[in-house]
Design a protein around this ligand. Structure first.
Ligand code: 5GP
Ligand code: MG
Length: 179
């Protein structure tokens, strides 16, 4: 499929499953080499990372654990505004090598919050892998350690990423068509 329509918007093919998975092969190989003796705990941030996490973990061949978290949004006080908090982590990460698995780092705001919150639990090391990075948009001092693909500042869907809840199941990545 060269284009897809989701709700009111048209998207065009941007990255094929083959291209994406070749990039995942490469980051997985790097992680297998660099994290071999570290007994890492992979912490996948749902919902967006579910396909990346699954494809990545099938290629991870070193001893490791995997766990899943979500970010909640709740209304804080008027002065703090809307806050996002990580929930669902049951493992004790104190003294461990933790690898956060994300679908996309855009401004870095979300990843910055996740890193801040997990640091409180005193991991030995906090690493980040993301399927996609938009380097031109990055505002926070977040430096993902393992990036599968760098992309320009387009809105994309598929391979876990949604438009208004839809499109996560698309096996390729599509970008919003400029009209
Ligand atoms: P950040 O906090 O880094 O600005 O944005 C991270 C979150 O925004 C991601 O976890 C994702 O939910 C959403 N996001 C950012 N860029 C895109 C995009 O191009 N497509 C989709 N579907 N979501 C995006
Ligand atoms: Mg995400």
């Amino acid at each position: 499929m060269k284009t897809v329509k989701i709700k009111d918007k048209e998207f065009e093919l941007f990255l094929t499953q083959e291209e994406i998975e070749a990039a995942i092969d490469a980051v997985a190989e790097k992680m297998n080499a660099e994290l071999a003796d570290k007994d890492p705990l992979f912490v996948c941030v749902l919902n967006g990372s579910f396909i990346y996490a699954s494809e990545l973990m099938k290629r991870i061949s070193i001893p490791s654990e995997i766990s899943f978290v979500k970010m909640s949004s709740y209304k804080g006080t008027k002065s703090t505004g809307k806050l996002k908090e990580i929930y669902g982590l049951e493992e004790d990460i104190k003294g461990r090598t933790v690898v956060i698995v994300e679908d996309i780092v855009d401004t870095g705001y979300t990843m910055n919050l996740i890193l801040d919150q997990l640091m409180d639990d005193e991991p030995k090391e906090l690493l980040v892998t993301t399927l996609l990075l938009k380097p031109d948009v990055l505002k926070y001092s977040v430096h993902p350690d393992y990036v599968a693909l760098e992309i320009p500042n387009d809105f994309i869907v598929g391979y876990g990423l949604d438009y208004d809840g839809y499109g996560r199941n698309l096996p390729n990545i599509y970008k919003l068509k400029q009209s």
